[in-house]
Structures are given as structure tokens and as C-alpha cells.
Ligand binder design. Sequence first.
Ligand code: ADP
Ligand code: GLC
Length: 484
Amino acid sequence: MHVLLATSELNPYSKTGGLADMVSALARALAGTGLRVSVVTPLYRGMVHSNPSIEPTSWRWAIPMGDSLVEGRFHCHKPSPNLTLWFVEQAGFFDRPGLYGEVGRDYADNSARFIFLSRAALILARHLPDPPKVLHCHDWQTGLIPILARHARLQTGWAQPPRTIVTVHNLAFQGSFPTASWALTGLPSDWLHWESALHFERVNFLKAGLTQAQAITTVSPNYAQEILTPEYGCGLEGLLLKRYNDLGGILNGVDYEEWNSASDPALPAAFSAQDLSGKAVCKAALQREMGLPENPSVPLFANISRLTEQKGSALIIQTVGSLIAAGESLQFVQLGSGEPTLENAFRDLAQRFPDQVAARIGFDPGLSHRIEAGADFYLMPSRFEPCGLNQLYSLRYGAIPIVRATGGLQDSVIDPRDNAAQATGIKFTTYSAAALHKAVLKALALWKEPAWLKHIRHNGMTADFSWEKQSAEYVALYESVCRE
Ligand code: ADP
Ligand code: GLC
């Protein structure tokens, strides 16, 4: 079977968050099972320069969008025999400094940019010599693909377009635009209605996918249940309830080739669950790199994330500040960027407590690996978390996760109260600084119990979240939509 994955981000070529990691790891794992896998994604600025293996093809085409004809071209890279990556060149849309926007503002033409990507994906699907049987769309940026495919079948004589699946990585981002953008889709105006993409007088790209795809998945079983409620459904819970029989949750995996503490080129020393001596070296190096006193006996907490409400950044600021002010002995390292008030709040915290807090505002994949390797505990107090990858990386790198029991965090971390023998981290329930505070106090108590600490860390480091396991669920889903 041939499967085409459509995504706006693909690690290591383009990345703002977990979507990039997920799609690239899933594609590799699927190809490893023997499936033929293609991925289609934009060719953003600088990608050709930093990846000489991406080669231009002579496959050029043009898409009528409103009054203009927009030209595009595919670039291609084949990292392994079963895996082909297709990059959509359209300089006007994608040769820009940001993926979605700059200095905190989305590009004004994001609707046009991702309509173009979605239509390009269908050109690829239709004209490849071995057309895909399944087109697997990720998030709102490719949410229009299922309706575009249906239109192609009904009105342009494409006898067998691929079956479509939409995976929701984050329901909070839906791609909502003024209805004028519908004209750029090339779809008839009467196809825009409440049962398709219209949502409160706007075009909603994700809703289009959720109404039209053959199957819907999200990135953890628990989040698949949560999004059926008003608290997590972001206004789409009614629609999701209607599609309950077509909705499932498949937990993300980890690319253990990239996240392998025994061979990670970003780390100053290698380590493993069997031999943690290298982790002590990584901790000392991280303390030096971040300008903190080098001290093995102080527990080092960390967080790496987009700085937003979703990630509970404000809770971290409050909790770390109050614990240190109360005289607790701990260090905290933050890597992230996002909302300017949160960026400034982390800078302020680091200035107030220079011997205990360090904040690096920016995006730095190498440092993110060194932080996971050097940290003793990882804070993830998310308000909601469809899956979350950093708690999985933390588990493998021996940074014990402290998580709010939501979404994929609930599915992937085991608290000692639930199962002492298999515990991998610390969980709390309420989204509040007080609840996080209590959880961090538990971690500080754990730090003073070396045997327990070792047990929990070892459980986490040896837990298996490999894609080899998870990808089988996607293969089963692809087979089932093809049978329908
Ligand atoms: P989300 O996709 O919601 O941002 P995930 O936990 O699924 O959350 O994935 C986030 C990914 O982005 C992880 O690989 C994480 O290490 C990475 N990341 C987030 N912020 C940064 C940053 N400032 N520098 C480097 N990597 C980052
Ligand atoms: C989203 C979610 C995150 C998930 C990631 C990859 O960005 O916020 O929880 O891990 O997608 O699926």
C-alpha cells in the first residue's frame, strides 16, 4: 500500500513543535513496516541550502486561485527506498522567515498558503505513477484535503481519489478565516455550509476535515475522549460526538534514533539506563552552559516549550519563584519562546535568582537535547496536551516528568499512587500553581530518597514508546479505511 502524509512541518527540515517530530517519525516507522510512504510539505526558506539532498524536479504546475494562476514545483528527496519526501516550492508563499508568521503575528495570507499546499498535495496524489490509497492529513493546514478530494471525484472525473484521514494534533488551532478565502479553494460556493467547513460565518479548515474525512484520529486515546467535552472540544465537540464511531486516539511514539542518550551527538557524554555516569557529566555541562553553579547535589528541574497558556508556563513561573523564595534548594532551566509577557517573566525570574534559574529565550534543538539529558526532573503542567512529546523524551533521558494528568500526559506517565512498581513520574490533577507546587515538593522529597528515585528513573528510561509499536495502529487504520 502507498500512503501520502500531508503536513506543514517536517523534522528536521521545518519545525515549530511536536507536529514536525510526529510526522517525520511516523513516516519513517511506516516505511520500516514495508509500506510505501510519501510526505508532502512546503519548501520553506533556506531548506534547499541546508539540505543539499533535496533536489528540484521538472514537475511544475499551476493552480488557479481567485484571479491569479499560482505556479508551483515539486522538489524531492528519497531518504530510504520506501520513503519519498515531496517539497512544494512556491516562493511567494513559503520563502519567508517564519513558517506561520513573524514577531508573534500570523501571516495575513495563511489561508491562501495552506489552500495551496492542500491543492498541491492532491496534484501529487492524482498524478504520481503509483497513486496513494490513503491521504493522511495533519492539523488544520491540510484540513481541506478531504473535501478537495471529494470534489475531484464528483466533479472532475477522478475515479479513485485516496481515502482520507485527518489527525488532530491540537484542536485549539483550527484555521479559521473569512469566508472570502473559500474562493481560493476552487470549490463551488454552495459547498460551503454548516455541514462542511462553515463555522460561525467563517471558513474553518479543520472542521472541513473533521466533517469530510473517512476517519479522524488524535494523538492520544485520552485526548480523543476529552475533545468530546465542552472543556476540551474548542466548540467542535458536537461535531466530534456525531463522528464518534470514526474517531480514535493513537498515542505518539518517540524516534529513538534521534532520542538515544547512548549515541546523541548533541550531548557531551553518553549514558543509558544501565550506566548513568554520563548523565552526571551532562548535568554539570548543562549547569555550566546555562551559567548556573555546578553542583551535582541540587535537583535540576527543566521545561522546554512554546510559551503559551496551553503549556502552563505561568504556573511554572509562579511555582518556581515561590519555592525558591521560600528557601528551597533547586535549580530550574527554561528553554522556549512565545508570548512576550511570558518570555519577560522568565527573564525576570532568572534575574531575580541568577544562581538558581536560567532562561534561554529562543528555539534551539541541540540545547533541548542537552536539557533533557542534564535535568533531573521535567515540568509539564499543561492546561491541555493532545499528546506531548517532551515527557516521552524526558522519560528516556532520565529526567523524571512531573505532569498534569491531561491528554497524552495521562496516558504516558505512571504515578506511584497508581502503580508503585511501575511508576515513572509524578502526576497532579488541578490546573493551578498550588497543585504544581505540591507536586514539586513531592519531587524534592523523592530527591532525598535515592533508592526510590533510581527505581522511578529506571522505569521511565526503560519504558517503550517506540514508533514500531504505535505505527502498527496506523497501518491497521489505513487498511480499515481502504476496506470501507
Ligand atoms: P507542542 O507540539 O504542543 O509544542 P510537543 O511536546 O508535542 O508540544 O512537542 C514540542 C517539540 O518542540 C519538542 O520536540 C520540543 O523539544 C520542541 N521545542 C519546543 N520549544 C522548543 C525550543 N524553544 N527549542 C527547541 N525545541 C523546542
Ligand atoms: C501538538 C500538541 C502536542 C502533540 C504534538 C504532536 O502540537 O500540542 O501535544 O504532542 O502536536 O502530535
